[in-house]
Design a protein around this ligand. Structure first.
Ligand code: SF4
Length: 394
């Protein structure tokens, strides 16, 4: 179906440029790609294979960024590597720590693009919220990132780089199987991960690799706004947990809040969830539901949500998210009693529906808020007003 105007996403934004110094960043390359890069630079096959294995260990198990510290690589070869390669990290523009322990970083790529990452510590886990794009094409109206234009997809290296940087910041090298602070990853930062499928897949494969960062796929969650044609592929090729930004149960309201709904509707989306490989009661699908006052928060909405989840027999958990407004936001957060009432209806139907505690409000930890803290009318709002104007003229 052809989507008119701004809700048609742009899935192929411009690519990241090569490094100005001509060196190749090894972070984000697969083992085979590192080997090929070494062979391409002149090592024979046997050497390339051995060095690739060693480099992988130093990069992803030990967190080392300096070739001179790699003690099992010949001293003479270390400068040779440093002339041709680099083990990069994103630049940190700002790093903030909230009173509740939430940490937020504004990061900058080599070509000067800013994106964000957030670490949320809890009693029994620590979750890193990772970005997949600079900006986003999808324009969800409750989301601050949706007010920014998409600049480009992040590369696999920039996605893995976020995890590496968080590990640096938490002092979590070498990689340990137990006692980690960073235990979980959610692809829930800036961007729609399924519109940057290959890079996200490659990055998560590196994160899951047992010889390196070694995070289990059960501890990684990919969150989508509902890019239906890519969901099965994500299940097959990445295999991590799935979260879906549902946010509404009627076409009218979801069309408004998540404009992608005009392309892939609720029923189509829920069918894709039912078909998601690996979803079962032990690995439930999380449905994100932002609570917006007088918009999607009635008892009737809660009952419709239950009906839909039952209809598709979904092993589901519903995450109720109190809306975290930003300056110029078009919505208000539902009252706490309303959120509780909504949650109770879903719980009583036998579906878990916890209310997420807002985190890091003092450091504006909601997605997209740090990159653009200045008050402005959201892009989604401007687009909507322009559409209304056109309709009035027509
Ligand atoms: S909620 Fe996600 S998909 Fe929607 S605009 Fe924000 S970043 Fe993009």
């Amino acid at each position: 179906m052809q989507i008119p105007g701004h809700i048609d996403p742009v899935p192929v934004p411009r690519a990241a440029p090569a490094r100005a110094d001509g060196r190749v960043d090894l972070v984000g390359l697969s083992k085979a790609e590192i080997r090929a890069a070494l062979a391409g630079a002149g090592l024979d096959e046997r050497q390339a294979k051995l060095r690739a294995k060693q480099l992988w260990h130093w990069i992803y198990n030990r967190g080392v960024t300096d070739f001179a510290l790699m003690t099992d690589i010949a001293k003479a070869q270390q400068p040779w590597l440093a002339e041709r390669f680099v083990i990069g990290r994103p630049d940190v523009v700002t790093a903030q720590v909230s009173t509740d322990g939430t940490r937020k970083w504004l990061l900058r790529s080599d070509d000067g693009q800013d994106y964000e990452m957030v670490f949320i510590p809890d009693a029994d886990r620590g979750t890193l919220c990772v970005s997949s794009q600079v900006g986003c094409t999808l324009n969800c109206r409750f989301c601050h990132t949706g007010t920014m234009r998409l600049v480009r997809n992040l590369t696999a290296g920039e996605i893995v780089g976020q995890v590496m940087l968080a590990r640096d910041g938490l002092g979590e090298w070498p990689s340990q199987p137990d006692g980690r602070l960073l235990t979980n990853i959610v692809m829930m930062g800036m961007g729609e991960p399924l519109y940057n499928f290959e890079q996200v897949r490659d990055a998560l494969r590196i994160v899951m690799d047992g010889d390196g960062l070694a995070l289990s796929k059960r501890r990684i969650t990919l969150s989508t706004s509902g890019v239906v044609p890519k969901m099965a592929q994500a299940g097959e090729e990445i295999g991590v947990n799935l979260a879906v930004s549902l946010h509404a149960v009627t076409k009218e309201i979801r069309d408004e809040i998540v404009p992608l709904n005009r392309k892939y509707g609720i029923e189509e989306l829920l069918q894709a969830c039912a078909d998601y490989p690996g979803a079962n009661n032990a690995r439930r699908i999380t449905f994100e539901y932002v609570m917006l006052k007088d918009k999607n928060d009635s008892d009737e909405d809660a009952r419709e949500l239950v009906r839909l989840l039952r209809k598709y027999k979904l092993p589901a958990k519903v995450n109720l998210i109190p809306f975290n407004p930003w300056p110029g936001a078009p919505y208000e957060c539902s009252d706490p009693e309303r959120i509780r009432a909504f949650s109770n209806i879903v719980f009583e139907a036998g579906i878990s529906a916890p209310i997420r505690t807002p985190r890091g409000r003092d450091i504006m930890a909601a997605c997209g808020q740090l990159k653009s803290a200045a008050e402005k009318k959201s892009r989604a709002e401007l687009d909507r007003l322009a559409e209304e104007k056109l309709a009035a003229l027509g």
